[in-house]
Ligand binder design. Structure first.
Ligand code: JHZ
Length: 411
């Protein structure tokens, strides 16, 4: 773990901290029986967030080694969300149509996980290469016919592909540009690999939504950065690339931007409007973030009050979604097993483990029918409508849902 002294993007030494969530365990490091019986073995790391007044990049202030985050402790498989699968398939088919991709093209995805997105190109006969350092996910992708390199991506990996005579017509980087401690090496790699008329699309949750929705739980050590259009423009321009368009998906991961980036400077009217709107709202100014900590404190207190009141009435409470954001929510709020008994999750790789820090057991959602709790805290609140639709039987039998953000609500 290393504390940073300068902005990871532009190198400015003027970083201004605006939130401190204390020391938390790694959000995806779901623990085993051995740790539950010997909690002193579980590591915790400081989690605080700062704003760079020079390039507008929001970032955490300490680095955890990426191998520790994405190789040793990573159980996130993208294919467990129907919403994400639909969103990814639409994106792939749209790219094939609009970019005229065929058997002579190359699509490269960075952080391609279990092949959830690239398999759509493979099915249509478009050659692909995936990069993902998480060994089980890369193996799962290779097993379904999505050629995947189990390694981190950066300038060196881009040079190696170029040396094989490959250039990318499309590079897709979803939920990864925020996950790499050296964003300059990552973007330099994309710039090097992209064909002259190629297109890069990058998706990441929007920091504007993070603040508006008080989604402080999406802050954890895997996420080194929290991006705006402004910070992305500053970052890519440093490497001769240009931000040319942005799409917005309000329901994906609590509000996601998809940025279109290329070698040519050809901004759409829409992206220019969004940049102007961010300036107007103050996303390039520390003041925008200054009172965020107070909003987080209010949310945490209200949630503890709500859970405490239910317990006082003798109700049982469980949670839905052993999500990374769930780990921040329970740890930074102090929701232990005295409030929430267990967490359900349909990712079979997570079942049998325990939540980091607070150690609720993670079990199959079938328990919600067999032995329903009175209330269910939606830690994966970003999938609230998908989960509530699946759990209609639980609701029909009197089960209540608690949505924690932007302010705790009992439904
Ligand atoms: P989910 C992930 O964060 C990981 P997480 C990563 N760090 C990242 O950057 C963000 O996404 C953007 C389960 N589930 O996707 C699956 C059900 O059980 O919100 C997941 O374990 N049933 C790369 O972990 C969890 O909930 C369901 O019906 O915060 C959701 O985690 C659905 C829809 C999900 O991301």
């Amino acid at each position: 773990m290393t504390a940073i002294s300068a902005c990871r993007g532009c190198g400015s030494a003027e970083l201004k901290q605006f939130l401190d969530l204390g020391e938390t365990p790694l959000a995806d490091a779901l623990v085993t029986d051995a740790i539950v019986s010997e909690p002193s073995l579980e590591e915790r790391f400081p989690l605080a967030v700062a704003f760079c007044p020079v390039c507008a990049l929001v970032q955490i202030t300490e680095d955890v080694e990426p191998t520790k985050l994405f190789v040793d402790n990573y159980l996130y498989f993208s294919s467990f969300s129907d919403h994400l699968l639909r969103h990814s398939r639409e994106h792939a088919l749209n790219l094939i149509a609009t970019r005229g991709l065929d058997a002579d093209s190359l699509v490269v995805e960075l952080a391609s996980n279990d092949g959830y997105l690239l398999k759509n190109f493979v099915d249509e006969g478009v050659p692909v290469v995936g990069f993902d350092p998480a060994p089980d996910q890369a193996e799962a992708a290779n097993r379904i016919g999505v050629p995947t390199r189990a390694e981190f991506f950066g300038l060196e990996a881009a040079k190696a592909l170029r040396a094989e005579g490959k250039a990318a017509d499309v590079i897709i980087a979803n939920n990864v540009m925020a996950h790499i401690p050296d964003p300059n090496d990552f973007v330099a790699g994309m710039a090097h690999l992209l064909a002259d008329d190629g297109l890069i699309t990058v998706e990441n949750p929007s920091v504007w939504d993070l603040v508006d929705r008080v989604a402080f739980d999406t802050i954890y050590h895997e996420h080194f950065f929290y991006h705006s259009c402004t910070s992305v423009k500053n970052l890519v321009e440093r490497h001769g690339l240009h931000l040319n368009h942005v799409e917005y998906f309000p329901d994906l991961h609590g509000g996601t931007n998809r940025w279109h980036i290329g070698h040519r400077d050809d901004p759409s009217p829409h992206v220019l409007e969004r940049l102007a709107a961010e300036h107007e709202a103050g996303l390039d100014d520390f003041e925008f973030f200054a009172n965020f900590g107070g909003k987080v404190d209010t949310l945490r207190r209200d949630l503890l009050d709500l859970l405490g009141a239910l317990k006082a009435e003798g109700k049982t409470i469980a949670a839905y979604g052993a999500a990374a954001k769930g780990a921040t929510m329970v740890n930074a709020t102090g929701i232990g097993t005295e409030l929430v008994d267990y967490v359900v999750d349909r990712n079979v790789h997570k079942q049998g483990r325990f939540m980091p820090g607070t150690h609720q057991p993670i079990v199959d959602p079938a328990i919600l029918v067999d032995d329903p709790p009175d209330a269910l805290l939606l830690l994966a609140w970003n999938f609230a409508s998908e989960i509530m639709a699946q759990q209609s039987e639980y609701a029909d039998n009197g089960g209540r849902f608690i949505v924690p953000v932007p302010s705790p609500e009992l439904i």
